[in-house]
Design a protein around this ligand. Structure first.
Ligand code: CA
Length: 350
């Protein structure tokens, strides 16, 4: 049975969970494809071009990571820093903090709009994904959340099919220390654009468990919520991602969220001796609590240990583990896989 699988489309989402247990409707219950920072395997991440391309490739959801500027505008960027994907260091020398980083929060929207966006580089200026085209053209820009939501509305109109959004509130506690309640700003913009009800085509995601609880229980947000689950070793902040992955942790999460976004490496165990991959049980435990599972990140040029090609990872996690969706830099590859394995019933045909 494919517990928790959903089919977005026709302006609302249909849950086939119950039916699925009886009929195992694999053809209908294909997982959703979430374009991770847009079609970021093909064009610079979070640019409008990358989002439009992902839509054209048939992604079901377009992801937005959201950070606040000095003047409390919301921009779509993965990091609280600008230096990984823009020319900020050349354009605004001397504006870095003591740690050498250029913070979004230290720049006005007008300043940020003068920057050009390029393929992600590391601190030494080397491209993080070396096989991707550098694309250093001046046409790639940082965009506001509003501008991106306008594009999404236009794509829906002109493309003639539904597409959802998948916003992530970045580092809400850090933003509060910087003097801005980013969550309130994000919820206001979503509301303005008509994202209000649970059935609307949006998943709101965050790594911060406390903030996710606040969003649901204090702020009364009805949108579908996803708790992202990272590794405790990724941050110096106190987190309990390990606890979240247990049956008890998932039971607790299910009181608040609709799904989890785990690191894909946590879905399986890898036997080092012969490279054999087996189910870790995380997807099943989440499904037992009625949670959907949307793992990250599927990249053909940066595969997790134990997999030699993207098709293998897709096959294992979709067919064997029955995930409900996946974050990918290559929505085209995921859509192609689903079309070949799961037939023609897709939201793209609506
Ligand atoms: Ca994200």
């Amino acid at each position: 049975p494919l517990g928790g699988a959903r089919l977005p489309g026709m302006g609302r989402e249909w849950t086939y969970r119950t039916i699925g247990y009886w009929y195992n409707l694999k053809l209908i219950m294909r997982p959703v494809v979430i374009a991770h920072r847009g079609a970021s395997g093909h064009l610079p991440e979070h640019t409008l071009q990358a989002k439009a391309l992902a839509f054209a490739m048939g992604a079901d959801y377009l992801e937005q990571d959201i950070v606040a500027t000095r003047d409390d505008e919301l921009v779509v960027l993965h990091d609280i820093h600008l230096d990984g994907v823009t020319d900020v260091a050349q354009r605004f020398p001397g504006r870095a903090r003591a740690d050498g980083r250029y913070y979004v929060r230290d720049f006005t929207l007008a300043e940020i709009e003068t920057l050009t966006v390029h393929e992600r580089t590391d601190r030494k200026g080397r491209q993080v994904f070396p096989s991707r085209r550098p694309h250093r053209g001046g046409e790639f820009r940082v965009n506001t959340l509003s501008r991106e939501l306008d594009l999404v509305a236009d794509l829906r109109d002109s493309g003639g099919h539904e597409v959802g959004i998948y916003p992530e509130i970045k580092s809400p506690a850090w933003h509060v220390k910087e003097g801005v309640d980013i969550t309130i700003l994000v919820l206001n913009v979503l509301e303005q654009y008509g994202y209000r009800r649970h059935s609307d085509p949006v998943y709101l995601q965050c790594f911060d468990e406390q903030e996710v609880r606040r969003i649901r229980h204090e702020l009364g947000c009805e949108l579908k919520l996803v708790q992202l689950i990272g590794e405790d070793s990724w941050t110096k902040e106190p987190t309990d991602f390990k606890g979240m992955r247990t049956a008890r942790g998932l039971e607790k999460l299910a009181k608040t969220v609709d799904g989890i976004g785990p690191w894909v490496n946590r879905l399986y165990k890898l036997r080092r001796r012969d490279g054999k991959v087996s189910d870790s049980g995380l997807v099943r435990r989440a499904h037992e609590q009625g949670l959907v599972v949307h793992p990250y990140t599927y990249r053909s040029d940066a595969l997790p240990d134990g997999f030699d090609e993207l098709g293998e990872l897709l096959r294992f996690t979709i067919e064997d583990l029955a995930i409900d969706g996946l974050f990918t830099d290559f929505p085209d590859a995921a859509v192609r896989y689903l079309q070949s394995r799961h037939g023609v019933i897709t939201p793209r045909e609506i």
